[in-house]
Design a protein around this ligand. Structure first.
Ligand code: GDP
Ligand code: MG
Ligand code: K
Length: 295
């Protein structure tokens, strides 16, 4: 048997644990984890390389009912992806069971020839009899190619899943060098981590109306990376919350993001954050493109 390689899409509703799973498979933090829905808006690739195979994971946004332009856009990406990849991982939350939106997603599977695994995540938080019931419920609506209960958070059965994935990959070359875990530029990862900290610290007060753009990034000397990033909000009130009393909130966002980035990129970071208001960006196609949402 020769070397194997292929593309695997990770799909599923927001918050089921797609990013956590990707990170577990890659062994490094790349996709952004969050308790709040819909953190991942872009396709993020993670590469898992072993002696026998290379798997390129695509972390797509959750398929869901669109409410505004951005929503419509997200549905498009997700369905197209199903046709293009070698394998689809349909991740569901075993603690909550079948969701009505998942019925809609599964309907789309009927016209897809790509193999699809049902990955039941968060089994660490579910009793066995309930888990078995859940599996049966999903079995009744679609004949999946594998049923794989895992805990992405605790890394339970993630290696089993990796093996099952490898079994389905076609023979093919190593597309990426061994030490490469993502093909997203540092700028993108920095922006995502700043955004994650904003969402974590501001709770419900600044809803998803936040976008981060790295405007400048340069290595000032051997071990310091200078980063200038702008956090865009939709309203003045959100800008106020984000900056906080005497700039305290923004300072905390910056500190948390800097610590994590230093660990991730192995370099000292000088992080300068600004907050700007850009009204109603979600409904403006040109702005969406500007922020890199069109591929
Ligand atoms: P995504 O929206 O599908 O990418 O979901 P995330 O990976 O951001 O995870 C959403 C939430 O579920 C986070 O709070 C995770 O810590 C949590 N989570 C993910 N995997 C597991 C798991 O295996 N067990 C438990 N108990 N929680 C998990
Ligand atoms: Mg995610
Ligand atoms: K998410």
């Amino acid at each position: 048997m020769g070397y194997k390689s292929g593309f695997v899409a990770i799909i599923g509703r927001p918050n089921v644990g797609k990013s956590t799973l990707l990170n577990a498979m890659i062994g490094q933090k790349i996709a952004i984890m969050s308790k709040r829905a819909q953190t991942t808006r872009n396709r993020i690739r993670g590469v898992r390389t072993t002696d026998s195979s290379q798997t390129i994971f695509i972390d797509t946004p959750g398929i869901h009912t669109p409410h505004h332009r951005l929503g419509e856009y997200m549905v498009e990406i997700a369905t197209q992806t199903l046709q293009e990849v070698d394998l689809v991982l349909f991740v569901v939350d075993a603690t909550t069971g079948l969701h009505p939106a998942e019925r809609e997603i599964v309907k789309q599977f009927e016209s897809v020839r790509t193999p699809i695994f049902l990955v039941l995540n968060k089994v660490d938080a579910v009793e066995k009899p309930i888990l078995l019931e859940r599996i049966e419920t999903y079995q009744n609506i679609h004949a999946f190619d594998e049923y794989v209960p895992i805990s992405a958070l605790k890394h339970d059965q993630t290696e089993t899943l990796a093996k099952l994935i490898e079994d389905r990959l076609p023979e093919g070359p190593k597309f990426y060098p061994d030490d490469m875990v993502t093909d997203y530029p540092e700028q993108f990862i920095i922006a995502e981590i700043v955004r994650e900290k904003v969402l974590q610290l501001t709770q419900e007060e600044v809803p998803h109306a936040v976008m981060v753009e790295v405007e400048q990034m340069e290595r000032r000397n051997q071990d310091t990376l200078y980063v200038h990033a702008v956090i865009y909000t939709e309203r003045d009130s959100q800008k106020g919350i984000l900056i906080g009393k005497q700039g305290q909130m923004l300072k905390r966002v910056g500190e948390l993001a800097r610590k994590e980035l230093e660990a991730l990129l192995g370099s000292k970071i000088y992080l300068e954050l600004w907050v700007k208001v850009k009204k109603d960006w979600r409904n403006r196609p040109t702005l969406l493109r500007q922020f890199g949402f069109n591929n």
